[in-house]
Design a protein around this ligand. Structure first.
Ligand code: DGL
Length: 269
């Protein structure tokens, strides 16, 4: 495996850019290729078999790009397809960290909220990770199906997003949680609205940093970190590059970043 090969990062849409931001911080020397399936987002309300087949299509794209590692920057695909995919590709895979350790550490009363897509909540991935630490912990799981379509539509502030977040989070607050995991990579785009809604007493856990650290540790352990000084970032989407550029500019400086439209149909399994 070529140590200067790119790292692939992917999500159903623009959400995984919140992980790209951390990867750029931790591994500026790496070439990153991102794929966001903006034409078919959201994934989180789709049947599991369809989500898994989309994931394999994206991984075929990354096989063609000869990546050395793929970061699944999507909780939904991590929960549904990661373990199986790990044995099927010529590169390693890392999924989104669940945030369970972080949440458990900061929570005083061991009442933890999880916001995620319907598919992630149904998988119980986060609840399982928290209960592995402490079977008695109280986990309040909340599917938030309105959030991804609003965020993809650039509605990261204003009445619609405020109302949706209040609808999902106020019952959790009422139930007494003192930490909430952002179990979908789209949600950090609206963390200021989340904070405004739940107040300062509830800690918000975004596992993007841990995810980037795990990716770096894996490459380090494999002796696969790039020996360049500065990598290039290429962001690919399946539709509407202008919208993607706008959303990426909320996360990091896009001056040096390349954008590209990719038709996934060309990459069948
Ligand atoms: N960003 C993705 C996640 O972390 C999913 C969003 C979607 O529903 O497409 O789960």
């Amino acid at each position: 495996m070529n140590r200067n090969a790119p790292i692939g990062v992917f999500d159903s849409g623009i959400g995984g850019l919140t992980v790209v931001k951390e990867l750029m911080k931790f591994m500026p020397q790496e070439d990153l290729i991102y794929f966001g399936d903006t034409a078919r987002t959201p994934y989180g309300s789709r049947p599991p078999a369809e989500i898994i087949s989309f994931m394999h299509q994206i991984l075929s794209f990354f096989t063609a790009q000869e990546v050395k590692l793929a970061v699944v920057a999507c909780n939904t695909m991590t929960a549904l397809g990661l373990e199986m995919a790990k044995t099927q590709y010529p590169f390693s895979l890392v999924g989104v960290n669940t945030g369970a350790d972080l949440a458990y550490e900061v929570s005083k009363n061991k009442k933890i909220g999880v916001m995620a897509t319907q598919a992630t909540i149904t998988s119980e991935n986060h609840a399982r990770a928290i209960h592995k630490k402490d079977l008695d912990a109280f986990v309040y799981q909340q599917p938030c199906p309105k959030l991804v379509p609003l965020i993809e539509n650039k509605q990261v502030e204003g009445q619609d997003i405020e109302l949706a977040i209040a609808e999902y989070l106020l019952p959790m607050k009422q139930a007494g949680i003192d930490a909430v995991i952002l179990g979908c990579t789209h949600y950090p785009f609206v963390s200021s609205v989340i904070e405004k809604t739940i107040g300062n007493d509830i800690r918000i856990i975004d596992p993007a940093r841990e995810t980037a650290m795990e990716a770096k540790q894996l490459l380090e352990a494999q002796g696969q970190l790039s020996n360049r000084t500065q990598g290039k970032v290429r962001l690919c989407f399946s539709t509407d590059l202008e919208r993607a550029k706008k959303m990426a500019s909320f996360m990091f400086d896009i001056k040096e970043v390349e954008f590209e439209l990719v038709n996934l149909e060309e990459f069948t399994q």
